[in-house]
Design a protein around this ligand. Structure first.
Ligand code: UFG
Length: 339
């Protein structure tokens, strides 16, 4: 298939481009580079040994999106593009609703006009909101605790309704738990701008000496060691999950599917620190800080639906995730170069 990857220059998108090419698909990327560096493209081409066509524009531009579909052969879409910072979404809710929803509407309309019926959407375990029932199964009710999370809940609803209106459609929403790690080459990885919001990139920057110490947000949760527990999943396993979902929906007859992508294993903040120290051979200085607003104690997947229906399993351990993150961070201490 020729697959349009929106947000294909971003963290999860770029790893998925590699997996798609390895699986024999052709790829076209659309990205506005608002949170990605153009230099990722050359690295993707070097790693895949193929040229990766890139269209550089914002998908909320309906005319440009239409032009793209009119001028490229597209069999399926994987939609990663979107704003994704929880804290920023609280400060700028309109930006988040407008960008994340409009880009999706624009894609869905162009897909309908050009008879493209297969779509994989980048959703998130954030749609389980403050759900206390663990492990999380796909049939739990959805909600959110911030505008970013609501955009994922709303888009899932839009996709469900659109799929119900046309039984020729093949749509999947993939609910990611906590993606971490990097391509095994160390040439592609997560490159957050500014101070990282998420645990793994922050830990990696402490290890490489870019930041002095980590703040552990709370050690009084109801978890085995008191720190937050999450289901960290290697980004390469996640990327493989997209290829499996794409293959499954395009061979099947179900208009709308939802799958959790996680390992099913909960890992605490302190366990991540220890694993990263083992992987890097460096100490990770940290201090216990107050809880972060909006955080939940624990989140981990029941991945059995994806296991049985996609034949997909997360294969990499927390030690693999830290080793690959460290390889990327130590080879690229300041992330991707500007040019
Ligand atoms: N944490 C720290 N210190 C830090 C950063 C994080 O102790 O500097 C802790 C958090 O309190 C939490 C754990 O590390 O216990 C993981 O935090 P992340 O920010 O890495 O990840 P979250 O689970 O909070 O958020 C992630 C994604 C969101 C998504 C959410 C739910 O970043 O996009 O999962 O799916 F909404």
């Amino acid at each position: 298939m020729r697959v349009l990857v929106s947000g294909g220059a971003g963290y999860i998108g770029s790893h998925t481009v590699i997996r798609l090419v390895e699986a024999g698909h052709d790829v076209v990327v659309v990205d506005d580079f608002s949170n990605a560096k153009p230099t990722v493209v050359g690295r993707l081409e070097a790693l895949t040994g193929t040229s990766v066509p890139v269209h550089s524009f914002d998908l909320t531009d309906v005319d440009k999106t239409e032009h793209l579909f009119a001028n490229e052969t597209i069999d399926a879409v994987i939609h990663f593009a979107g704003f994704k910072a929880v804290g920023e979404s609280v400060a700028k809710p309109l930006d988040y609703y407008q960008n994340n929803l409009d880009s999706t509407f624009s894609l869905l309309r162009a897909m309908r006009r050009h008879d493209v019926r297969t779509l994989v959407f980048s959703s998130s375990a954030t749609v389980y909101g403050a759900e206390p029932r663990l492990p999380m199964t796909e049939d739990l009710p959805t909600s959110a605790t911030n505008p970013y999370g609501w955009t994922k809940v709303m888009i899932e609803q839009v996709l469900t309704d659109v799929a119900a209106s046309d039984d020729r459609l093949r749509i999947a929403a993939l609910r990611y738990f906590n993606p971490v790690g990097a391509h095994v080459s160390g040439d592609i990885g997560e490159d957050p701008s500014g101070i990282p919001n998420n645990l793994m990139p922050f830990v990696a920057q402490v290890a490489v000496g870019r930041r002095e110490k980590l703040s552990v947000f709370g050690d009084d949760y109801d978890t085995p060691d008191g720190t937050g527990v999450r289901d960290y999943i290697h980004v390469d396993d996640l990327a493989a999950g997209h290829v499996a979902a794409l293959d499954r929906i395009s061979a099947g007859t179900t208009p709308m599917s939802i799958w959790n992508l996680g390992t099913g294993q909960g890992v605490s903040v302190l366990e991540v620190i220890k694993a990263f120290e083992r992987a890097s051979g460096r100490p990770i200085p940290y201090e216990i800080a107050p809880r972060r607003a909006g955080d939940i104690a624990a989140s981990y997947a029941d991945p059995s639906r994806a296991n049985s229906e996609l034949g997909w399993y997360a294969t990499k351990t927390i030690d693999d995730m830290c080793a690959d993150t460290w390889r990327w961070q130590s080879k690229n201490p300041n992330g991707y170069p500007d040019a």
